[in-house]
Design a protein. Sequence first.
Length: 418
Amino acid sequence: MDHCHTSGLISLEQALEKLLAQTVPLTAIPLVTTETINLTESTGRITATDIISPINVPPFDNSAMDGYAVRLADLNENQILPVAGKVLAGVPFQGEWPTGSCIRIMTGAPIPSGADAVVMQEQTEVTETGVCFTHPVKQGQNIRTIGEDITQNAVVLPQGIKLSTAQLPLVASLGIATVDVVRKLKVAIFSTGDELQAIGEPLQAGQIYDTNRFAVRIMLEKLDCEVIDLGVIRDDPDTLRQAFIEADKQADLVISSGGVSVGEADYTKQILDEVGKISFWKLAIKPGKPFAFGKLENAWFCGLPGNPVSAVLTFYQLVQPLIAHLSGFTAWRPPMRLTAKTTTPLKKSPGRLDFQRGIAAINKNGELEVQTTGHQGSHIFSSYSLGNCFIVLERERGHIAAGETVQIEFFNHLLKNQ
């Protein structure tokens, strides 16, 4: 049972609260933290200021349909109106509009001066002498008015929004070619451990590949950070101390992997006590108990566990919202938890909040179900590849039988398989 080992641990909620309360976003630092870039290069960047519309959208009254522009005063029951001209998109009507006539108009074309409505062509009958209108006509029908979507000087996107597919075409429609964005967060990463070998090199006796730093780098790039990769730092106090000092000079955030446990060669916590200040260490979560957070002279610091599943989980649950906060991404929201029925039994000991990897789907009855990916050891990284969600099991909960209700979090873009 974990009860006898959890008295000094803090909850995930407490850890996240400390992270966000103690850190300061780049936008609040009195230095040059913003830059102006081309709209075409701004995917994934965070708006540094409100984006204001320089124009009305639409910029003029225009037709929502192919049909006929009319003046209500010209319409009498069963009267046929001759066509006085045609208006196309991008080609305004020119000349006089005689009384008792209508104008052929296409979708998006400017509304002729004096028109009260546009009648869709499906509600008309065309004769040799003109157009007969077969349905009642209402004032303003099928007319998109100037500024109906966006008015000039309106805030289109506030500060702190991440620019992506849903936002960039909107900004482009306003004719805005450049945007002010928060500069990219600079994140220095390194792994610690004599047992680590670079990917692609042959393993020697007792070695394993350094997958944690590789995984962290991928997630940082997905979060649009500027990555400073310092490689593998061996288990030597002087070398590790120098790595922290160098990383602190270059980055806003320093992330290490390994060395925050209680082994004889785990020097990270010891060095941090010398060159910085640790805010908390050890969490009441599984996997991922040995997670450290603190402050160096200039940069913030996160120490991830050495086990690969634990490293990715703590990054996902803690470092991800920290990066959003530091980057000024005010619209970031934590993953939504949903209720599902487990179709497989789940092993758990009370004492820590447990994030097991699962496969969730909707059954034939429209109910959300979840099953385990299998063995949940902190070294079984294949569980991320197999799964599509975390099964979130409460801190004091024990074993779960098949058929019980659990909470799940679907993976977001950092871990999604598609």
